[in-house]
Design a binder for this molecule. Structure first.
Ligand SMILES: NC(=O)c1ccc[n+]([C@@H]2O[C@H](COP(=O)([O-])OP(=O)(O)OC[C@H]3O[C@@H](n4cnc5c(N)ncnc54)[C@H](O)[C@@H]3O)[C@@H](O)[C@H]2O)c1
Length: 676
């Protein structure tokens, strides 16, 4: 895989300046290029403003913003592109201008540099056609504001090589983006259904189905969003909506063509007038039409192979910030009702119901979601949890699907070993906290225990699998995610990965083996340190204490996972600890939970111990006490017995007031624990 070190962004406008800022935020040196120095300066000025706002909103510390800005250089001299690894073009939406930019990039960049376009309306293949090296040209379609919106559609043109695609995909992960794969089709995935949704709102207005405030209110209530279609068009530009609808209309016919009123509005140069009062009596009919167009188009695009069900929904949630994607909405609406609605609506345009929707309608079953992707390459099965916007948090469906996929891979004679991975920025950020809170509120602790048991069964199979299993740790692994990693034979991380057991800080203890398996890797003292203090391990520190087996650059991660499998090695010697870690190990092994929590243990003036003890002071007393005991007693037992002990106390911990306090206030306020 190609290493991406230096990035160039061509076009310092709205999109280009944001893309450059995001790449620099994630540590890449970036060259920002525009036609002349004044345009470059304007783009850099936009970045300065956004960073300043970021400091005011406490997104960045001033020194972080300064470091980001220092990674960006601006120029109108293309000779500065001689050494870049990835160029992202974000110039005017004009095919000839874009093609001239690519022709020039071919002249000035190294032959192995990847060249990407952020086009919204042209085919990547049309931009690449006739270039010297079309195999390295691909699409990276970002969403406004590209420094804040995580979604990127990654598009292979007809001639894009799989290597270029894979390298660009990895670079997007490294840029903190959530990539989804789209075919090279007009509108790609998200604009394909979003633009007709905007356009349908205008049609409803044109037909007199309701006035603007009525349509806005109906859309907001139905889709659970903060801004309706008219307000969105006002914010992002009414002419952009028209242009996008024209492009789609050209590709897909009358249903997608712009409403006449949209043209009139653009010609007038005015924004939509949002004033007035909504008429609730008209909401239902409006909602039905907006749902119908969304359902019809989303199912058609999947039917045509433009994207998957999962990526379409991720696109809606991450790119548009809809709480639910079209397919989840169809399932909630009812597959039969959705089929009927689309049938009627499509019929009025002479558009047939797509094959996938008809199939589900006939079988009367909701759309299935594949939350775990399975790939097999060269004897290595890669299982990727694909819930990037929930940071791949474990829930009942994910655990069940991962278990099924794992069993299939383990039983497949063609599989030599298994890699477990997470999509997007994180590996796995723990378990679904809302699930715990919901069940605690309804008094259904049994469901929490059953969920945890199912998790234990999965981790047991991972642990017991005779084939090597590797955890591919490219980002955050928290709580349940880290426990899952601990059940794997080999843990391979990138420098950006980080690890923590935050449980005792939210009133519970790690219940998926987190009080048992880590002791087998790093011993009792360091496990108690991690679980009781909630300390976040960087990848390097995790390697230094022997928690992970290797730290490799992101581009080498897949190769390293594969190599570990082919080596088949399962055992490794204990790490030699630094003085600091030796002290932490002894300190946490030698003091009980309550002494540590009350800050009464003797640190001997050691600053690191003092800091760690202070952190323990913020944790929940019962959780600390149980965790400490489970770690210690479990280490003296066979693993299976230790795990059974951990499960046996689960209901007890989830019945505490502190567990409810910790879980229900997470992300909202500092919990106040009472030891009850
Ligand atoms: N604005 C959006 O919401 C959005 C979303 C996704 C994709 N896009 C796509 O991103 C691209 C850029 O859009 P934008 O909104 O940033 O446009 P913009 O007009 O704000 O910026 C375009 C920039 O490109 C520069 N430019 C033009 N020709 C150039 C050349 N030959 N060499 C170097 N620089 C050149 C211009 O001077 C300008 O600064 C378009 O292809 C657009 O379709 C836009």
């Amino acid at each position: 895989m190609k290493k991406i070190r230096q990035i160039a962004v061509i076009g310092a406008g709205n999109m280009g300046s944001g893309i450059a800022q995001k790449a620099a935020t994630e540590g890449f040196p970036v060259v920002l290029v525009d036609l002349d120095d004044a345009k470059v300066a304007r783009g850099l000025g936009v970045i300065d403003d956004t960073l300043r706002q970021g400091i005011e909103r406490k997104v960045f510390r001033p020194e972080e913003a300064k470091a980001i800005r220092e990674r960006i250089s601006g120029t109108s001299d293309w000779r500065h592109l001689a050494d870049i690894d990835l160029a992202i073009e974000a110039v005017f939406e004009d095919l000839e201008v874009k093609r001239s930019v690519f022709a020039r990039l071919e002249e000035v960049c190294r032959p192995d540099a990847l060249l990407a376009t952020n086009t919204s309306s042209f085919a990547v293949s049309d931009i690449a056609r006739g270039m010297k090296h079309p195999e390295r040209i691909l699409g990276l379609h970002y969403f406004y504001h590209p420094a804040k919106n995580r979604l990127v559609e990654v598009i292979a043109g007809e001639e894009t090589s799989p290597e270029a695609f894979a390298s660009a995909w990895t670079a997007q992960e490294m840029m903190g983006k959530t990539p989804i794969r789209s075919a090279d089709a007009s509108g790609f995935i998200v604009n394909r259904f979003f633009v007709p949704w905007l356009n349908e709102a205008v049609r409803l207005l044109e037909e007199g189905a309701g006035d603007i405030p009525t349509i806005e209110a109906a859309a907001k209530a139905t889709f659970g969003i903060g801004m309706g279609p008219f307000e969105l068009m006002n914010v992002t530009g009414v002419p952009i909506a028209l242009h996008a609808a024209e492009t789609l209309g050209h590709a897909f016919g009358p249903l997608y063509e712009p409403a006449a009123l949209l043209r009139t509005q653009v010609a007038s140069g005015a924004l939509w007038d949002l004033g007035g009062t909504a008429d609730p009596a008209k909401a239902e009919a409006i909602a039905a039409r907006l749902l119908a167009v969304t359902f019809l188009v989303a199912t058609s695009l999947v039917d045509e192979g433009v994207g998957t069900i999962e990526d379409t929904d991720i696109g809606a949630r991450v790119g548009l910030r809809w709480p639910r994607g079209p397919f989840e909405m169809i399932n909630r609406f009812g597959i039969m009702e959705a089929g009927d609605l689309v049938g009627q609506f499509g019929g009025s345009w002479g558009v047939a119901v797509s094959g996938i929707l008809s199939l589900q309608w006939r079988s009367r079953t909701p759309f299935p979601f594949e939350l775990v992707k399975s790939e097999l390459e060269g004897g290595v099965a890669k299982l990727t949890i694909n819930r990037p916007d929930a940071m791949n948090a474990l829930n009942e469906t994910v655990v069940a699907q991962l278990h099924d996929a794992f069993k299939r891979a383990a039983a497949d004679p063609a599989v030599k070993g298994i890699v477990i991975a997470g999509a997007g920025k994180a590996f796995i950020a723990g378990a679904d906290i809302r699930f715990f809170v919901r069940n605690m509120e309804s008094g259904d602790l049994k469901r929490i225990v059953d969920f945890t048991r199912a998790g234990h069964a999965l981790l047991h199979d991972i642990d017991a699998c005779p084939k090597p299993v590797v955890a591919r740790l490219h980002g955050l692994a928290l709580g349940g995610g880290l426990e899952l990693a601990c059940a794997c034979d080999v843990l391979i991380a990138t420098p950006r990965a980080s690890f923590a057991f935050p449980e005792t800080g939210i009133g519970i203890y790690p219940g998926l083996g987190g009080t048992q398996r880590p002791t087998r890797r790093i011993g009792v003292g360091l496990t108690r340190w991690l679980v009781m203090s909630g300390h976040t391990l960087s990848a390097d520190e995790a390697a230094a204490i022997g928690f992970v087996d290797a730290v490799v650059p992101h581009e080498e991660l897949d190769a390293a996972c594969r190599a570990a499998i082919l080596r088949g090695s399962k055992t490794k010697p204990r790490a030699t600890l630094s003085d600091r870690h030796l002290a932490l190990e002894a300190f946490f092994a030698g003091n009980d939970a309550e002494t540590l929590r009350l800050g009464k243990a003797d640190t001997g003036g050691n600053e690191a111990l003092g800091k760690a003890m202070k952190r323990v002071g913020f944790k929940a007393p019962i959780a600390l006490r149980l965790a400490g005991k489970l770690i210690e007693s479990g280490a003296a037992l066979p693993l299976e017995d230790g795990l059974a002990l951990e499960l046996a106390h689960l209901e007890e911990i989830f019945s505490t007031k502190d567990a409810y306090e910790g879980l229900s206030t997470l992300g909202k306020k500092q919990p106040v624990f009472q030891g009850r």
